[in-house]
Design a protein around this ligand. Sequence first.
Ligand code: FEC
Length: 311
Amino acid sequence: MTKQKVGVLVMSYGTPESMDQIEAYYTHIRRGKPPEPEQLQDLIDRYEAIVGGFFPLRKNTDRQVEEIEKTLNHQDSSYEFVCYQGLKHAHPYIENGVTKMVEDGITKAVGVVLAPHYSIMSVGSYIKRAQEKANELGLEIHFVKNYHLHSKLIDALSERVDNALQKFDGVNKNEVRVLFTAHSLPEKILEMKDPYPSQLLETSKAIAEKSDITNWQFAWQSAGQTAMPWLGPDILEVLKNIKEEENVQNVLVCPIGFVSDHLEILYDIDIECLQVARELGMHLERTKSLNTDHRYMETVAEVVIANLDKD
Ligand code: FEC
């Protein structure tokens, strides 16, 4: 029997593929407004510091999408799942992914973002773009909005916390301050009653419970340099405060809002936060990224299947 094909639009942030694409990428992030020369140089410097011409998110997204397709086809026998990439700020863009599905004859599709928490400004904007293109082309598509409390995701993250806590030799686990982090967003999302901050706290609490840790807090990271206020406190401020006010010596950063190794992890945490921690005389470690962890791949596959026939 021929299986019905289901298209899965796997959406992710996107990254440049070479140094000379950084300007176009940054301009796309700024909705068509080119960055000032100093802003551009600052971004180039950050990419140079982590990659020196190699952009890890590109390969990591490719691998994740391949693994998700394999996992989906392994889990469910009544459909054949075909994954398509749809990137927010790079090729193939979200709209290219939707168009490709229609060109391939797909009539039933699900969209999922490689980010577990919903915000109207993050996952919501991916979904809006995909839905608009699907409407234009007459494609039926359902969307996964969030999966921040999926038990396999929590298991994978909690295991990462447990493993990273081992790096603090001779220190009781509750003497290590665990900082759960995610990308900051403009404060105006609070007026919109956006679920992003509360979902992030729910994930943090679930991991803390599973790993049996009590010494934790949430901090924002990677806020944009714009005139509008962004959600805080920022992780760099938190590091200074917990050292000055509580004399915290040991810190474990667990970036729950990100699922892959990329600039916001490899620069913002591994270089910038580490530098501040060193200056403050603190021991800082970070949990390993999920990348293609099988429990993360299964999480995505399971939420895709659960959303196949939802309205
Ligand atoms: O490795 C890479 O090449 C890409 C790393 C990367 C990820 C990522 C994820 C998120 N962002 C989110 C929100 C915003 C908002 C703005 C913004 C700006 C940037 C810039 C770079 C960048 N982001 Fe990003 N983000 C990544 C990279 N992001 C580079 C531009 C320079 C800078 O500010 O550092 C501000 C836009 C504006 O100016 O209007 C808002 C959110 C996520 C996590 C969810 C997701 O993955 O979609 C939210 C990875």
